[in-house]
Structures are given as C-alpha cells and as structure tokens.
Design a protein around this ligand. Sequence first.
Ligand SMILES: COc1ccc(Cl)c(-c2nnc3c(C)nc4ccc(C(=O)NCC(C)C)cc4n23)c1
Ligand SMILES: [Mg+2]
Ligand SMILES: [Zn+2]
Length: 344
Amino acid sequence: QVSREETDQLCAENTGSVARYSSSFTAWEYFPRDLEERRWPAAVLAMYEDLGLVHRFGIERSTLARFVLMVRKGYRDPPYHNFSHAYSVAHFAYLMLKNLQLVESRCLDDLESLSLLTACLCHDLDHRGTTNSFQVASRSVLASLYSSEGSVMEQHHFAQSVCILNTDGCNILSELPPKDYTQCLDMVRGMILATDLSRHLSIMTELEAMASGGYRSCEPRHRRLLHSLLMTAADLSDQTKRWLSSKKAAKLVYREFFSQGDMEKQMGNDPSEMMDRERAFIPKLQIQFLDDIALPVYSLMGSLFPACEEVYAQTKANRRCWQRMADICSRRNATNVQSIDVFD
Ligand SMILES: COc1ccc(Cl)c(-c2nnc3c(C)nc4ccc(C(=O)NCC(C)C)cc4n23)c1
Ligand SMILES: [Mg+2]
Ligand SMILES: [Zn+2]
C-alpha cells in the first residue's frame, strides 16, 4: 500500500504542463532518466494529463496518484528492469503518441492511447532480472503458474497490473463503461504479452508486410500488430538515445544477464554466451542485437511514420559507435579485456 501523505503530496503537486520537467520533454532525444528520480511519478501524471486521458476517461487525480505510486512499489530493484525502465518506456510511448499524432491521425483511438501508456508503465512489474527460460530452468513458482502458455514473465507482469487495478482507490479504469473496461484490459494484456521478444520475432514478417503495404486502421489485425510494434519500440527506446545514455543502459542489461549467468553456473547449467561474463564480447553482442532486433523495429517505425526517421538514424549512429568499440577492443585483443570493462 502507499501512504496517505505520499498520495496527497503527489496529488496536490501541480503537475502542470510537461514543460515544467524539461523544455525538451517532448523531444525524441530527451532522456527521461535525466529528470531527478523523486519527480518521476509527477511526470507520469503530467503525461496522462497532457494526453487528455484524465479528462477523457474521468480519472480521479488521487486515483491516478495512488495507481502510479503502487506501480512504482510493484517494481523490484534489479540493475535494469526496475521502475526507471518502466518510466522510460512509458515516456517513449508518450513521445510516439505526441510526436506521431497517433490519435489525431486516427491510427489509434483514445482507449488504445490509455491502454498503451498504462501497459508501458506496468509491462515489467515485479521483474526479477532474469529471463523466461531461466524461470523454466530454475523451476520458479512463475514457471509452474505460466510456463504452459509461454511468456512466463509477461503473464506475471499482466497479473500484477490487474492486482494493482483491483486495489482500493487505484483503479484508474473504474469510470469506464463495462465494454470499454473489458476492451482496455484486453488491450493492456495483449500489449504486455507483446513485449516478449520471442513473440515480437514471430510477427516480424507480418509487421514488414504491414509496413510495405501500408497501415490499414480499419483492419483489427493491423491495429494489434501496431500495438505490438509500439510496445517493442518503447521497450527498446534506450537504444535510440544519445550514445552515452544508450551505452549506460546496455551496461545495466549486461549486469543483469551476467548475474543470471553466474546463477546458471551455480545451478550446474551452461549459460548462453550472452549471459556468460567469461565468454561474452559485448560490442559484438550489441551489434548483433541492434542488427537483428532494434534496428528493424525503428526501420519499420520510420517507414510507417516519417516523423520517426530521426529515431532510426540515432539508433544507426549508436551501432556505428559499437562497431568502433569492437574494432578498438579486437585490436587491443579483447580476450584479455574483462568484457564489462568495455563500458569504462
Ligand atoms: C523487448 O524485450 C526485451 C526483453 C529483455 C531485454 Cl534485456 C531487452 C533488452 N533491452 N535492452 C537490451 C539490450 C541493450 N540488449 C539486449 C540483448 C539481447 C536481448 C535478448 O533478450 N536476446 C534474446 C532474444 C533475442 C531471444 C535483449 C536486450 N535488451 C528487451
Ligand atoms: Mg519485459
Ligand atoms: Zn521492458
């Protein structure tokens, strides 16, 4: 639960316009974590308000304040998958809604906008810093609950979201008519499940077909494909920021991967190279990740939404930096450079 004074303080905070947080708060290059941590909940409230969602869906400000504080409490503190990641992902969804005018251009409707922002905020709730395959290998409680349907962690993230919505005074959807409520929850579920990268990889062909043929908002399948693409674009958005920020984010991801690899070794299992601090050559792994996953996402976004091209360009620039790092390290014979040192 969150305390009354915390809620009252956040609720009373005149979140005002988003410009209070930064004059570049709505710029693609803005790095949301540059805002001091204690102001992140107020910035989330400001995003809901700025998108007109508070007014449109009759959301009580104190309910929204309690909801955001409960979500923040619902995150643990692994190196990467903590509330700062959730807040950053929600901010990128806000940037896409705002800068691509997704509602104004009728690509999405208001309910989808509310679902997208809420799904981003909740999409990694209670993450432990380990992957779906680790849940199954370690026979975790979550695996016993969800492994039959796959996307173990993502199903848990959604279940946690529903728990928070069902907590007294936290249900930001309570004023929605029953049909909209059910539809919103269904979309939030689909959006959170879409952040399972293996699901994303399985719809890449359909996404490419939609991008080349053109988005048809009248087709329900296209709308769901767009939801998935927007979620992955937001989830990976650290890689679209200036080099030092995206490099720092990658460092935190590999800290999580390597501690999982250490646990796998203790369990007597062999970790994949990406998780093994003895074997991983990070610049090469990062180039692979950008080439196989991140760049195609922002390339698709760029072809669907021309205003998104600069995001793709910055991600390509970051890939060139990783390539330079790979060249330097392999000249300096990377094998003896402790793999995590490449970040210093
Ligand atoms: C969208 O969902 C997720 C979920 C979890 C994570 Cl950690 C990430 C994520 N966010 N930033 C990164 C960076 C900088 N590098 C990564 C390198 C590899 C992988 C990975 O999962 N590879 C295996 C897969 C292809 C089967 C994920 C990486 N990643 C995104
Ligand atoms: Mg996730
Ligand atoms: Zn995430």
